[in-house]
Design a protein around this ligand. Structure first.
Ligand code: BGC
Length: 481
């Protein structure tokens, strides 16, 4: 009896597979287990092979941005040396050893089109072509982020996303990338975390540099840039689909569900709800529902009345939906009643006794978000494109080893909650740890380690941490999901 049932089950899944191959021309996708990186944080080689100066080259070398945050100038000039093929081949071999089947990384616009809009740099394209081949040869599915915070500095000097022409500049670059790599890469990502780019990092910079615009007005003025990025995202999706490349294209959002500091305090609950709208709804609603949340529009009317998105723009965004949604989940946004939602106050609220580098450890909010995407946003295919953590003092080498129990506990609990949501019908297709390796952590420089693999920044030596081996076990346990 059991055997018969098993047989029926097998033939049913075989039939489903066959239908997939015949109807959709593609095999059923496996559950992806991987790690993620981004070009500026890992590549180094900041002047190699004709690379142009990028926004982050400029911010780190010329503005000295990390001086404001960590009191010392640090840059990604060398980073973890991953532009070097000898180095990255060793790194890919480690991912193979991990048992991963996916690797998310980003391309550097300032390598491919050094002055932003002019000639294409063949050396850079050849480099990434080789990298993609090497990733595939290591048995890893490449998830390629076209744009991860960084772009040629000449475009920043022309206003960046503050300039309406940025949409065309981005489209020119994105089309070079899609046409060159679209046959090999089956998962493209248009943008990484518009909220973090415009409302967090640029807001922090603004506070350092120039205080004459009142904070709420400045905060809301950023909406114009975010809106342009959403239009560019829709245009890139439209272009990708028109190329019939037999793969998928999506966008990555940071999701930080609002959580009241005290769930029994009405003011905290109200503030958490508003914060949630300004972080998550602000992007999810236009992408999936073709409108901005009313509460956000009300604040925009007050602090940035010139922001008037047209109905046709909104319809265009919703019409060109991403094929998948990448979510980067680290922590909820814990909020107190007195915090302004148009600020970064929420980043300071952490009730945990032992505090991580990336906010309070509350994995149940990852589950809640996945269920919410299922219920309120049409259950899109979701990949967790980043999840990970670090704790001060944990990543130290002792007898050639790194024991990082807090990171292990974090990853295990997040995977458990994510898989629970999947079991309950959330359309979850993969999970990636940020990051594979310790690397250049933007405004925090090299002071925050988030990798599964320890990097000695002086020698470039790699040492897999205990969390690497535990993640390997997790992947093994859930193979074939
Ligand atoms: C970014 C990564 C970053 C990570 C950890 C995300 O906001 O996409 O580039 O390193 O968080 O802070």
């Amino acid at each position: 009896m059991f055997n018969k049932m098993k047989q029926r089950k097998i033939s049913l899944s075989f039939l489903l597979l066959l239908t997939n191959i015949l109807v959709f021309g593609q095999k059923k996708q496996p559950f992806y287990w991987g790690v993620a990186t981004a070009a500026y944080q890992v590549e180094g080689a900041y002047q190699t092979d004709g690379k142009g100066e990028s926004k982050w080259d400029f911010l780190t070398n010329k503005v000295g941005i990390t001086q404001f945050t960590i009191g010392e100038k640090q840059t990604g000039n060398v980073a973890i040396n991953m532009y070097d093929r000898t180095q990255y081949l060793k790194d890919l071999a480690l991912l193979k050893q991990l048992g991963a089947n996916a690797y998310r990384f980003s391309l550097d616009w300032s390598r491919i089109i050094p002055d932003g809009t002019g000639a294409v740099n063949e050396k850079a394209l050849a480099h990434y072509d080789q990298l993609i081949d090497d990733v595939l040869a290591a048995g890893l599915e490449p998830f390629v982020t076209i744009y991860h915070f960084d772009y040629p500095v000449v475009l920043m000097q022309k206003g960046g996303w503050g300039n309406p022409a940025m949409i065309d500049w981005y489209m020119n670059y994105a089309s070079v990338v899609m046409k060159r790599f679209g046959k090999k890469v089956k998962h493209f990502i248009t943008f990484n975390e518009p909220y973090i780019e415009f409302f967090l990092v640029e807001n922090m910079l603004h506070e350092q540099e120039n205080k004459h615009i009142p904070p709420k007005e400045y905060y809301m003025s950023q909406m114009q840039k975010a809106h342009r990025q959403l239009i560019a995202n829709a245009k890139a999706i439209e272009l990708y689909h028109s190329l019939h490349l037999k793969g998928q294209i999506g966008i990555v959002l940071n999701v930080n569900p609002g959580a009241a500091w005290n769930a029994n305090n009405a003011a905290d609950v109200k503030a958490a709800n508003f914060q949630d709208i300004l972080i998550n709804g602000l992007f999810l609603d236009p992408l999936y529902k073709g409108k901005y949340p009313q509460m956000a529009m009300d604040s925009l009317a007050k602090y940035n009345p010139s922001f008037q998105p047209s109905a046709s723009d909104l319809a265009f965004i919703a019409h060109n939906k991403p094929d998948f949604l990448g979510i980067n989940f680290y922590a909820p946004a814990v909020v107190k009643g007195e915090d302004s939602a148009m600020s970064l106050k929420w980043l300071d609220n952490n009730p945990d006794a032992v505090k991580s580098n990336v906010g309070p450890v509350m994995p149940e909010y990852l589950y809640k978000m996945l269920i919410r995407l299922k219920k309120d946003y049409g259950n899109p295919t979701v990949y967790i494109t980043e999840n990970g953590t670090g704790f001060a003092g944990e990543d130290v080498v002792k007898d050639g080893k790194i024991n990082d129990p807090l990171r292990i506990d974090y990853i295990q609990r997040h995977v458990t909650w994510a898989l629970k949501a999947k079991k309950e019908g959330a359309n979850l297709g993969g999970y990636m740890v940020w990051s594979g390796w310790d690397n250049f952590e933007w405004v925090s420089g090299y002071t925050k380690r988030l990798g599964l693999i320890y990097v000695d920044y002086k020698t470039q030596e790699r040492i897999p941490k205990q969390s690497f081996y535990e993640y390997k076990q997790l992947i093994k346990k859930h193979k074939g999901l």
